[in-house]
Design a protein around this ligand. Structure first.
Ligand SMILES: [Zn+2]
Ligand SMILES: [Zn+2]
Ligand SMILES: [Zn+2]
Ligand SMILES: [Zn+2]
Length: 396
């Protein structure tokens, strides 16, 4: 337990964020929560913490890979060629040993460096998928779906395309510094384990030994914190450093919610995924598509349509896209024209209409009401913003 927690727990404390150098406040309630879960108080502001978690989550940037065991072609969220990806059948088979990559903890080396090495070695399930998935190969963060196509963070859906909603959390308990595992408890610094207990760096320990080791490792991390190229210090309790993420900033949710340029990302010490050369044999430009769905012939299903952004945007543009049969039926039924951009460009264009993940303290704009609240609408937004009570009165 960090003794600082206890000293400050009765008053709020102003801190300077390690990343953006802005002030942030830790309230007494926060301190009691950190004490309860036995972690030190944060050294990054809430926004920077959110971004740091997001740079570890790639939902829709997919890559052509091969299963490391059966060599089946996969569309995977991992482009890192060092770590093998396994298909659904191989992942749950006994063709491999999940502890084969396990190593002894080395007290003369930094924890995050050891963890990062394991991350580039341990096999991974090719995407985050679970439950019963029928005809839903092109999905990620996908649970119990049927006939779902190019959709992300989706649970229990049927006949869904190009969508992104909410996902369910993984069934993991009491695990720390744990990546892509399922149904595990009491694991520390592990990657891709299933039904495991008392493991450190993918190595199995006896229960008692495990708890002793974890205490020793926590002290070791605090005495030898990871310091990244920007001088940010990562002690025990900090989420993983930005640069150890297997993804580029622009591949992750961080880019969805806090879009920045390549230059800015690099200056902040974040990873960046360079554009991959894609040489699709484009058969029609989207400008040449008919304006009305009535004029669209079935042959459109064989066309490879060029996206007008041609990859020259920060939208993970895939440069080309296809129309699938269910999709064409849908447009015909609803009398909608064909889309003019690739799915990723469409996704980022939709995001432009979403408010930033930032809260502003404001006062109700209804005359005579002085209620204050936190809102995602900044003072520069043109919208009229009411408190909940005034809003309910107005619309009911
Ligand atoms: Zn910050
Ligand atoms: Zn396989
Ligand atoms: Zn595009
Ligand atoms: Zn009001």
């Amino acid at each position: 337990m960090d003794s600082q927690n206890k000293i400050h727990s009765h008053s709020s404390v102003s801190m300077i964020c390690q990343n953006c150098k802005n002030d942030f406040t830790i309230e007494p309630d926060d301190f009691s929560f950190y004490e309860k879960i036995n972690v030190p108080s944060p050294t990054f502001c809430p926004e920077c913490r959110m971004i740091r978690r997001m740079v570890w989550r790639n939902v829709r940037s997919l890559n052509r890979r091969e299963c490391g065991l059966c060599h089946k072609v996969l569309i995977s969220m991992y482009s890192d060629k060092e770590a093998p990806v396994y298909c659904t059948e191989c992942w749950s088979s006994d063709k491999w040993d999940q502890f084969a990559t396990g190593v002894d903890y080395n007290f003369s080396e930094n924890f995050f460096i050891q963890f990062s090495r394991l991350l580039h070695k341990a096999p991974r399930f090719f995407n985050y998928r679970s439950g019963n998935l029928i005809n839903s190969d092109f999905t990620n963060y996908s649970v119990d779906n049927k006939n779902v196509y190019l959709s992300f963070s989706t649970i229990e859906n049927e006949e869904v395309m190009y969508s992104e909603t909410i996902d369910k959390s993984k069934n993991c308990l009491d695990c720390e510094y744990f990546v892509i595992g399922r149904n595990c408890s009491n694991c520390f610094g592990c990657v891709g384990l299933t039904n495991a207990k008392y493991c450190i760096l993918n190595k199995q320990y006896e229960k008692e030994e495990y708890f002793k080791m974890v205490e020793k490792i926590k002290n070791h991390i605090n005495e030898n914190p990871y310091i990244d190229t920007k001088g940010r210090v990562f002690k025990y309790g900090e989420f993983f450093p930005y640069n150890l993420s297997p993804f580029g900033y622009n591949e992750t949710n961080a880019h969805d919610f806090f879009m920045i340029s390549k230059e800015e990302a690099i200056s902040k010490g974040y990873n960046w995924k360079e554009k991959e050369k894609r040489d699709y044999n484009i058969t029609i430009k989207s400008n040449d598509l008919p304006d009305s769905i009535q004029e669209v012939k079935d042959e459109i299903l064989t066309e490879i349509i060029g996206c007008p952004n041609e990859g020259n945007c920060d939208f993970q543009c895939t440069t080309a896209y296809k129309i699938v049969a269910e999709e064409l039926n849908f447009y015909r039924q609803k009398n909608l024209p064909l889309p003019r951009y690739c799915p990723n460009c469409r996704h980022y264009n939709r995001l432009k209409y979403r408010n930033k993940m930032k809260l502003y303290h404001r006062t109700c704009m209804r005359e005579g009401c002085s209620n204050e609240f936190e809102t995602t609408y900044s003072i520069n937004n043109p919208e009229v913003v009411y408190c909940e009570k005034c809003y309910q009165n107005e619309v009911s």
